[in-house]
Ligand binder design. Structure first.
Ligand SMILES: CC(C)(COP(=O)(O)OP(=O)(O)OC[C@H]1O[C@@H](n2cnc3c(N)ncnc32)[C@H](O)[C@@H]1OP(=O)(O)O)[C@@H](O)C(=O)NCCC(=O)NCCS
Length: 274
């Protein structure tokens, strides 16, 4: 049973907590997915080692069922309660994002939360860092295949000020050697619409977003990903009815005008040395 305090620390809104408490799910698939999570927790599983259920609500129930396990894993690694809860509170954030995107209770990004619940990602200040090995299919310059690196992720939790970003990287430089000494890291990577070259060239150069993106050296080939820019700017997946979106900020206008002119937003790749 998840306590009121735990729901709060996991970042649930009242509405998401109420809907979660009303869930009436078949306990068998929930227990099965919980067992899978327990089996791979802390082992840095490859994507195909974990099969998320089709129903995101089964995943949600399994995350709550294994909360004591992931908390114990963090504590065994010497990770502070503060970092542990900040990391796991992405669950509440993702439920909230789902509600804003779809207007109802759900967790469309349940696959993303399996990364938190297997113990691979940590929220250190403004940013999240995902400890993983360089994938063979997308090599990173200056690293060996299989080398450990940290992937940078940017939750929607307020402005991305240079000071907050500096602080996060400073924390990461201490955190990983201390808690994962067997996986030394010297490089951070980013795969994101935030470093689409078009965004970096067309937003004001002194904006937080451009200053953040310019920290990374580009590598590899960007991939088309129209949905990312729309989803992260407007929290919608509707690519057809662009007229319904607000055009209040420079980012909103830039995202829409590029698509209206026939352009396609992309996910691009970059790295930096820690
Ligand atoms: C990345 C993020 C934190 C940047 O926010 P920020 O620090 O406020 O950005 P900036 O100050 O550089 O903003 C530059 C311009 O874009 C606008 N802007 C930035 N993010 C915006 C958003 N999500 N929606 C609408 N407008 C946004 C700002 O208002 C500003 O325009 P203005 O000068 O007309 O007001 C924010 O966009 C965000 O939370 N995005 C969602 C998470 C995300 O994309 N993660 C990466 C996933 S791969």
């Amino acid at each position: 049973m998840t306590t009121a305090d735990e729901y709060r620390l996991l970042g649930f809104t009242d509405a998401d907590r109420e809907d979660t408490e009303k869930l009436d799910l078949d306990p068998v698939p929930v227990a099965e997915f919980a067992a899978q999570l327990r089996r791979v927790m802390g082992t840095f599983p490859a994507e195909d080692e974990l099969r998320a259920p089709d129903d995101p609500k089964i995943s949600l129930a399994a995350f709550l069922q294994t909360l004591p396990d992931i908390r114990r894993y963090h504590s065994e690694r010497g990770i502070s309660d503060e970092i542990s809860w900040a990391t796991l509170a992405d669950l509440g954030q993702q439920l909230n994002v789902h509600r804003r995107t779809n207007g109802d209770f759900g967790l469309e990004t349940h696959w993303w939360m399996t990364i938190h619940w297997t113990g691979m990602i940590f929220a250190l200040g403004r940013l999240q860092f995902l400890l993983h090995q360089v994938p063979e299919k997308n090599p990173v310059p200056g690293t060996e295949p299989g080398e450990w690196v940290i992937g940078v992720h940017i939750p929607e939790t307020g402005p991305l000020t240079p000071e907050a970003v500096d602080d996060s990287f400073a924390q990461a430089r201490e955190f990983f050697p201390r808690h994962f000494p067997e996986h030394p890291v010297k490089t951070a990577t980013l795969g994101s619409w935030l470093i689409d070259p078009y965004l970096l060239d067309n937003l004001p150069q002194d904006s937080n977003m451009v200053r953040f993106g310019r920290r990374f050296t580009p590598y590899g080939e960007p991939r088309d990903s129209q949905d990312s820019a729309i989803f992260f700017t407007f929290r919608s997946h509707d690519l057809e009815n662009l007229d319904k979106y607000p055009r209040d900020t420079r980012l909103q206008r830039l995202v829409l005008e590029r698509i209206e002119a026939g352009g396609t937003w992309q996910t691009a790749f970059g790295y930096l040395t820690l």
